[in-house]
Design a protein around this ligand. Structure first.
Ligand SMILES: C[S@@+](CC[C@H](N)C(=O)[O-])C[C@H]1O[C@@H](n2cnc3c(N)ncnc32)[C@H](O)[C@@H]1O
Length: 373
């Protein structure tokens, strides 16, 4: 059966399904979901680029920040970096390499945990990190529930939360998906369920009659589950997204979109499992839910501010290290520019730093937090 048939069959059995269920099946159906299938999702041959795809520079700058965070935790003998949804593992690879070369004390304490739910990406990661896994430096899990409890941890999530299935609320109600006469799918509206309604009331805004806003009630359980995994440490969430005041100002409505081969696709219901579906992240919800789980949140930063804060004290030594030729220098400068300028990823991407069991002054002193001081 194709994924289209599987979804149509579910709708035939239970009636129209909430959009979040449709998105869940499109992205994560165990065999046919977009992330589960054996195909290239990332980079030039895939459907989108992430910061890790741009250059090792991103992992290098973050390795420097992780080293500082480890020191802020008073340099424990073991610290676990937990990466949520590592995809191909490029970021982890860059962090491990740069830490080993530049921050040897941190590298000795570092254990790297990869949590990747996609079966096909999981096996790619198993191959890529076979040596590190055998040496006990890296572990790989399918779900957050399977990962071990940590004393000191740094949880890192780059473009993880934008792939969490969301619901859609509009004037007529909550979006449900039904089968249409031509064998495809169509939209229908129902009274919003309690979870979506509560989410919008707490973290969102009521949409106008013809407007759409997203609700991500799944964040509740997800943030609580992540927070419960470590006693002290940091969470770093990097993604495109917004705060509630921005929503109130009329921004970030109807942010759901689909990508296929670097092209924006307008029809979210077409080709289930063959296109990426993603939505902007509600940072107000993540920060509030993290607070309820006992973490504290720093002010939200733009990726440009975060990376400039980390790089500036060393004049971006991590970026330009190893450049012998002027052309190489220029190439790296362009890659850095892509990460920090508004035309690149610098403005649209935001960084939320969460922490627990560390004094706020030590957190404020982190180079990445320079723009919060
Ligand atoms: C948009 S991709 C980002 C990949 C990578 N972080 C990057 O920036 O290149 C999202 C990744 O999260 C994974 N993922 C989504 N939900 C997950 C979950 N609950 N547990 C583990 N991995 C998950 C997906 O399989 C996918 O690899």
């Amino acid at each position: 059966m194709t994924l289209r048939e599987i979804i149509a069959d579910e709708i035939f059995r239970v009636g129209a399904i909430p959009f979040s269920r449709f998105m869940q099946l499109c992205l994560y159906h165990p065999q046919l979901g977009y992330y589960s299938r054996e195909h290239e999702q990332f980079g030039r041959d895939g459907d989108f680029y992430t910061s890790s795809d741009v250059h090792a520079v991103y992992g290098r700058l973050l390795a420097r920040q992780f080293d500082e965070m480890w020191r802020a935790l008073r340099s424990p003998g073991r610290v676990t970096v937990v990466e949520l949804g590592p995809g191909r593992g490029l970021f982890a690879h860059d962090v491990l390499n740069w830490a080993a070369g530049r921050f040897p004390a941190f590298a000795t304490a570092l254990h790297y945990v990869l949590i990747e739910s996609s079966p096909s990406l999981h096996s790619r990661l198993q191959q890529r990190f076979a040596d590190e896994i055998a040496a006990g430096r890296v572990s790989l899990f399918r779900s957050i529930a399977d990962a071990p409890q940590c004393d000191a941890a740094i949880v890192f999530a780059n473009e993880f939360f934008d792939a969490v299935p969301v619901d859609v609320i509009s004037g007529p109600g909550q979006l449900y998906i039904e089968s249409d006469a031509s064998g495809g799918f169509g939209e229908t509206w129902r009274e919003p369920d309690e979870a979506a309604r509560r989410f919008v009331a707490e973290f969102g805004v009521a949409p106008g009659a013809r407007e759409r806003v997203e609700a991500a009630p799944q964040l509740r359980a997800l943030v609580a589950e992540i927070a419960a995994k470590f006693d002290r440490g940091f969470g770093i969430v990097v993604d495109y997204g917004y705060t509630r005041p921005e929503l109130e100002a009329g921004l970030h409505r109807d942010t759901l979109r689909a990508f296929h081969r670097h092209r924006l696709r307008t029809n979210l219901l077409a080709s289930p499992g063959e296109q990426d579906i993603t939505a902007d992240v509600n940072f107000t919800a993540i920060a509030q839910l993290a607070r309820r789980a006992g973490l504290e949140a720093m002010p939200l930063l733009r990726q440009s501010q975060f990376l400039i804060g980390i790089g500036e004290p060393t004049q971006f030594a991590d970026v330009f290290d190893g450049c012998m030729l002027p052309q190489e220098h220029t190439k790296r400068a362009l890659q850095l520019k892509h990460l920090i300028t508004p035309e690149g990823l610098g403005e649209a991407f935001k960084v939320l730093v969460l922490y627990r069991g560390v004094e706020r002054e030590s957190v404020q002193r982190l180079s990445g937090m320079a723009f919060t001081r």
